[in-house]
Design a binder for this molecule. Structure first.
Ligand code: COA
Length: 426
């Protein structure tokens, strides 16, 4: 059994044999027979020793928090929400009950689920002023910028913003989850010169989002596929946006501020922004026959292919397994398998040339596109799901908080002297 020491680092005594030349420690997450997380090693880690301890670019392999929300086994391609395998949830659950599971730690009974559904429905209607805010944005505004601003705006309207009790934070988590979907759909309509569509209380979360987006009751197969996509994206341990949210909350700032940090972090192309980049890439390639050469050229130029690689997974991302299947099913249903087939060629080329598997963002683009979601909304749609994971982590952070404040290894000068302006070089 390997131990995490009080500083969050791996106990060297217990990892003898895993310390690599140069002082690096190889790490991996895995499930032990007792269900505990043990920390072993991967050769990819680049850990250097500095005056204060270890400098670890990108915090790779650093255990920064204990969490009971989500577990990832990057070597076996396994992922659990609160102990439940993601494959099991994707096959049997729905987004609302998965959200409940993340927030509360167990699956809801019928009464609790009905109560949550009612609260989510009630939360879908936005404060009237927010439509004015959305209309005030230039139509070309990036949807993630609009969403980030809307979260800040909503803080001023939420009766619980200043309260840090678990009950208040749970109420905010539910409201934010409902509001994210309405804001994203409303912005899509406003930015295209149309009026927002009022939520439909007869529809579940996934179907209602598609309804608010397109103005018609969605095809049940599309609603089901979207619901599964929401389940798959709901949480992913200490990913960059969740970590950003926890850092903000750890200062005892409020939940809306923490979620605003998270939205800004998710926007980046190395994180949630990759799903839009995948669709842009498929469009740029244009023809299936050109896909393999496109990959070769990009790799030769040492450029990255969006939707591939992962900090934790060294094998297939278990979420990609479902999204690949959905991409094929929905493409077949639409009578157009072009995006799916092009994606398969890219996937094979990446495996042959780089040995890198695709991640959650690779097939989600073609899945969303086939249900009429435009590429510009892919990252906000990711946020519409991940808001549940962010808030589950925030509940955890507020319950057992310590400010997150690492140290830097100083590399600048130490003997600099003040030079008066008139003697400095021009
Ligand atoms: N395309 C091509 N090569 C890739 C790659 C990709 N998408 N992802 C990683 N690699 C290669 C790197 O070039 C590097 O190769 P090298 O050692 O020969 O230089 C190696 O794999 C390690 O990559 P690195 O960027 O250092 O890994 P990381 O853990 O810091 O980054 C990601 C992880 C996810 C940021 C990275 O894989 C990436 O940028 N992917 C594309 C964006 C994306 O899909 N993001 C969504 C993640 S869910």
């Amino acid at each position: 059994m390997y131990k995490i020491n009080t500083g969050g680092f791996i106990d060297k005594q217990k990892t003898e044999g895993n310390v690599v030349p140069g002082g690096g420690i190889r790490t991996k997450n895995t499930l032990t027979p007792r269900g505990l997380i043990s920390i072993l090693c991967t050769a990819q880690n680049r850990i250097h020793r500095g005056r204060h301890g270890m400098v670890n670019p990108g915090l790779e392999g650093v255990v920064a928090a204990q969490t009971a929300v989500c577990f990832i086994d990057g070597l076996q391609g396994r992922m659990l929400y609160r102990g439940h395998d993601i494959h099991d949830l994707a096959a049997h659950s729905n987004f609302e009950e998965t959200a409940y599971l993340l927030w509360h730690g167990d699956l809801p009974g019928p009464g609790k689920l009905a109560e949550l559904n009612a609260r989510l429905c009630a939360g879908r209607t936005l404060p009237e002023d927010i439509q004015d805010l959305l209309r005030a944005f230039p139509r070309r505004a990036a949807p993630m910028d609009v969403l980030r601003s809307a979260v800040s705006f909503l803080a001023a309207y939420d009766p619980d913003t200043a309260s840090h009790t678990r009950e208040a934070n749970l109420r905010k988590a539910v409201r934010l989850t409902a509001q994210f979907a309405t804001v994203t759909a409303a912005w899509h309509r406003i930015s295209n010169g149309a009026d927002p569509i009022a939520p439909n209380p007869d529809l579940g979360h996934a179907a209602n989002f598609l309804y608010m987006l397109n103005g018609s009751i969605p095809d049940p197969e599309h609603a089901k596929a979207f619901d599964i996509a929401l389940i798959l994206h709901a949480d992913h341990e200490l990913n960059a946006s969740t970590f950003a949210a926890r850092v903000t909350a750890a200062t005892l700032s409020d939940m809306h501020s923490a979620v605003t940090s998270a939205v800004g972090t998710l926007k980046g192309p190395l994180h949630g922004g990759a799903n839009k980049d995948v669709m842009d890439m498929l469009n740029e390639i244009g023809e299936i026959s050109l896909a393999a050469d496109y990959v070769s050229e990009k790799l030769a130029a040492r450029e990255k292919i969006p939707g591939f690689g992962h900090r934790v997974y060294k094998t297939e991302d278990p979420r990609a397994t479902h999204l690949r299947r959905l991409s094929e099913e929905l493409g077949r249903k639409a009578g157009d398998l072009k995006w799916y087939e092009m994606s398969r060629v890219i996937e094979q080329a990446m495996m042959d040339q780089k040995g890198i598997a695709c991640n959650v963002d690779f097939y989600s683009g073609s899945v969303y596109a086939s249900m009429g979601i435009p590429a510009g909304l892919f990252t906000p749609v990711f946020a519409c799901s991940r808001i549940t994971g962010w808030t589950a982590h925030l509940l955890e952070q507020y319950t057992d908080n310590r400010i997150i404040r690492p140290v830097g290894e100083y590399t600048g000068p130490t003997e600099a002297r003040y030079v008066p302006m008139d003697v400095r070089p021009a």
